[in-house]
Write a protein that binds this ligand. Structure first.
Ligand code: UDP
Length: 277
């Protein structure tokens, strides 16, 4: 990979990686065609990332929806493992959106970490839960969450942290390369191709598939959620609209598939320390 533009980019403010080392992983893609870095283990210095974030005195938001059976089944493990691995040493505010606030587990939080529980209505069928997510997130970003946090990551709850997930994952807008899509390319997770859908991507469109982890600055996420809310009024399926948004508005940073890996996929050499499972 000749002289990489990443060296220059890594000096930008709000990059949180320190100088990047794309050549540490010669076999994987470490830069997109629009010159956004793709973050893999070994390509950044975690200590520098940590220091940069501490210097900026950040508050980082982590949003998660836990509605219906997802609350009892997944939330405790998600939060407990987040306390062990997610942005350790930083100021963090968890936003849990649920219809059952009293059933939210009491997780012991480290210093500088807060948990806020926001009540949402239980939607049926389940598809409506994901659809309502964008509307709820949009409102929260325009309210207390938006005032409290400078960067926000939005995640599915049916996963748990298994490795350090630090400030290297932050940027103005961030998307994560979906593990199944990465492994099997376009065959597994086709983008919306039905031209009648507002989320449709044309033939040859669609580069990386994104789903369970995305984030960015409050302003960028307000733009993303506003886009999805408008589009969802036409047709449901938030994931397709998320992907259309990131196709039209390229993310500033991509997180490699190891940031959210699936144990059902046989492990590959480049997946060294998955951050989420
Ligand atoms: N979700 C929830 N309750 C539901 C359905 C979804 O809380 O009944 C939330 C939960 O955070 C879940 C996310 O919405 O992780 C995405 O839901 P989906 O069913 O799309 O998850 P997937 O099947 O992709 O894991």
């Amino acid at each position: 990979m000749g002289v990489c533009p990443l060296a220059r980019m890594s000096l930008l403010r709000d990059n949180f990686t320190g100088p990047l080392h794309p050549c540490a992983w010669p076999k994987v893609l470490t830069c997109t065609c629009w010159r956004a870095p793709i973050i893999w283990d070994g390509t950044f210095d975690p200590d520098v990332a940590q220091q940069e974030a501490v210097q900026q005195n950040l508050t980082i938001g982590l949003t998660v929806f836990a509605v219906g059976r997802y609350l009892e089944k997944y939330l405790a493990r998600f939060l407990e493992t987040a306390e062990q691995h997610f942005m350790v040493g930083q100021r963090v505010v968890y936003y849990v959106f649920t219809e059952g606030p009293v059933a939210v587990p009491r997780v012991r939080l480290g210093p500088g970490r807060r948990l806020r529980v926001e009540r949402v209505a239980r939607e049926r069928p389940w598809q409506n839960v994901s659809m309502a997510r964008m509307r709820t997130l949009h409102a929260a970003l325009g309210g207390r969450l938006g005032r409290e946090a400078r960067f926000v990551l939005c995640m599915d709850v049916d996963q748990h942290f298994s490795g350090t997930f630090g400030p290297e994952a932050l940027a103005g807008s961030v998307a994560q390369m979906h593990a199944w899509h990465y492994r099997w390319r376009r065959r597994m997770l086709p983008f919306e191709r039905d031209a009648r859908s507002a989320a449709a991507l044309g033939r040859g469109e669609g580069d990386f598939y994104h789903a369970a982890v995305f984030g960015g600055s409050v302003a960028a996420l307000r733009q993303l959620t506003a886009y999805c809310v408008r589009a969802l009024e036409v047709r449901w399926h938030d994931e397709s609209h998320l992907n259309k948004f990131f196709w039209l508005h390229k993310p500033a940073k991509l997180l490699s598939p190891e940031f959210c890996w699936s144990p059902d996929i046989s492990r590959r050499a480049e997946i060294r320390r998955p951050q989420l499972i």
